[in-house]
Write a protein that binds this ligand. Structure first.
Ligand code: HMG
Length: 439
């Protein structure tokens, strides 16, 4: 049985904060720190009419309309978020409520839930839907998975430059049109405290450590995947979408992934005259000597033509959208997949049958590796998306407006509903808490 993602839609926050022109001068930083160092040009921001419910409902509504679906076609609605505001009712019930206002049918028959494990919960929800269908419990119905977040950091936190807001809606079904998921998965999971929000809205983050934890868990997940699916090699995968808190993070993960996938291969033989062989732990007396040798090898590897070519083909296309929207937490790795396929379409690449190595990650911390196979109808799906229109339609905000918006979304402060945009035909916040209405 082939199960996977039949269709996807996104909803990008309606405001755009330019990091080089607006954020960097206000922070008194060189714009290159953001555009070159982190690899980010802009963040999507929610306007005051948006929250995780409206963004999720708008993405889901767009998906249902495009695929001609009615509530009766959906047997399960799972929301993945780390921005939830209700400790009892799942966000999926709020989103279903919005959708029921515009459809004749209802979702009374649908199993609704909410998944939490930082950014990886988007993929965990996908896995839940996959398992539900493979178990034959879906009665012919599809699952709606919605990853929705407002990724905000406290003002002045180093993470502030990596903020973002948006939602991804995915339809999971048998015989999918977009990508089929592998049965095999690999995990790297450990109790970590570098990024957490215990009863607080903004995360407490040890940014530098969080980068190391991401890399460590991702390596474990890759090894675990190989233990069940066999060795993975760099040339097997057309694209490698990773969780993208900022593209600079993926630059580091990609190097690690490439080193792992090419060890003991002809590529390593080919590279040896220029950069030597990959150091092995048993060649060293102490750990620090091994670590220095690995660092030296990685620095040299990064500069090789072989690595550069692989990176440009397999990784760079996954970052096109993230550069302009920032971190969407639970939606991030799913944006990376879309970004790669969007580039394939732009470049006239026939991606049918191509494989993707998908690396999901959530702080706390857990990484998951699975693979996907691109399906025949992928291009039709990509052609129907409104990503470019949405990104283009965002309104640029000044730093003063950014400060106002950040305050409006800070649960600790009173909301001020100054109309910074005038939405129409969409679900919007009504200013009375988490109840939403459609304009
Ligand atoms: P920072 O410490 O302010 O930045 O914030 P930095 O000084 O490390 O500079 C960043 C990069 O820019 C460096 O490059 C600099 O060299 C370079 P690198 O050494 O890393 O390759 N740079 C420049 N380049 C060109 N021109 C210049 C220039 N200046 C500097 N002028 C930090 C970085 C990651 C700490 C911060 O953004 C942060 O705290 N972010 C939030 C945490 C995060 O995103 N962590 C990522 C891993 S954890 C994760 O992905 C999970 C997450 O999504 C949450 C979840 O799962 O729920 C976050």
């Amino acid at each position: 049985m082939t199960v996977g993602i039949d269709a996807m839609e996104i909803h990008a926050g309606k405001l755009r904060l330019d990091l080089a022109e607006t954020f960097a001068p206000a922070m008194d930083e060189d714009p290159g720190k953001y555009t070159k160092g982190l690899g980010l040009h802009a963040s999507s921001f929610p306007d005051v009419h948006e929250d995780i419910v409206t963004m999720g409902a708008n993405a889901a509504h767009r998906l249902m309309e495009r695929k001609g679906l009615e509530p009766d076609d959906i047997g399960r609605i799972d929301v993945a978020t780390e921005s939830a505001f209700d400790n009892s009712k799942p966000v999926s019930t709020y989103i279903a409520g919005c959708l029921e206002a515009v459809y004749e049918g209802d979702f009374h028959h649908a199993n609704k839930g909410e998944r939490k494990f930082a950014c990886i919960s988007g993929t965990q929800s996908l896995d839940d839907a996959y398992n539900w269908i493979r178990a034959g419990r879906n009665r012919g119905r599809a699952a709606l998975v919605i990853a929705t977040d407002t990724a905000l950091y406290a003002r002045g936190d180093a993470g502030e430059a990596t903020q973002g807001a948006g939602a991804v809606a995915m339809l999971i079904s048998e015989d999918p049109d977009l990508v089929a998921l592998s049965q095999e998965q690999g995990f790297g999971s450990a109790d970590e405290t570098d990024f957490l929000k215990p009863n607080q809205q903004f995360p407490s983050v040890d940014g530098k450590r969080s980068v190391q934890v991401y890399l460590a868990r991702m390596r474990e997940a890759l090894e675990d995947y190989e233990s069940v699916a066999g060795r993975v090699y760099s040339e097997e995968f057309r694209y490698v979408p990773f969780h993208t808190p900022f593209p600079g993070m993926v630059r580091k993960a990609a190097l690690l992934g490439y080193r792992h996938m090419t060890r003991g291969t002809a590529i390593e033989d080919d590279l040896e005259p220029a950069i030597g062989r990959q150091p092995l732990p048993d060649e060293f007396d102490d750990e620090s000597g091994y670590r220095d040798a690995v660092r030296e090898y990685m620095d040299a590897l990064k500069e090789t033509e072989q690595y550069g070519e692989w990176y440009d083909n397999a990784i760079e296309p996954t970052l096109d959208i993230a550069r302009h929207v920032g971190n969407w937490y639970t939606g991030s790795v799913h944006v990376a997949r879309l970004s790669a396929l969007r580039r394939a379409r732009e470049d006239g690449i026939d991606a049918t049958g191509e494989r993707l190595l998908v690396g999901s990650y959530g702080s706390g911390a857990q990484a998951e590796i699975h693979t996907e196979t691109v399906q025949e109808e992928w291009e039709t799906e990509l052609a129907a998306l409104s990503i470019d229109d949405q990104l283009e339609a965002r309104r640029d905000i000044s730093f003063e407006e950014y400060e106002e918006i950040h305050d409006a979304h800070n649960h600790a402060k009173d909301d001020e509903f100054d109309a910074l945009t005038t939405p129409s035909g969409e679900f919007v916040r009504d200013g009375q808490g988490p109840m939403n209405e459609r304009t």
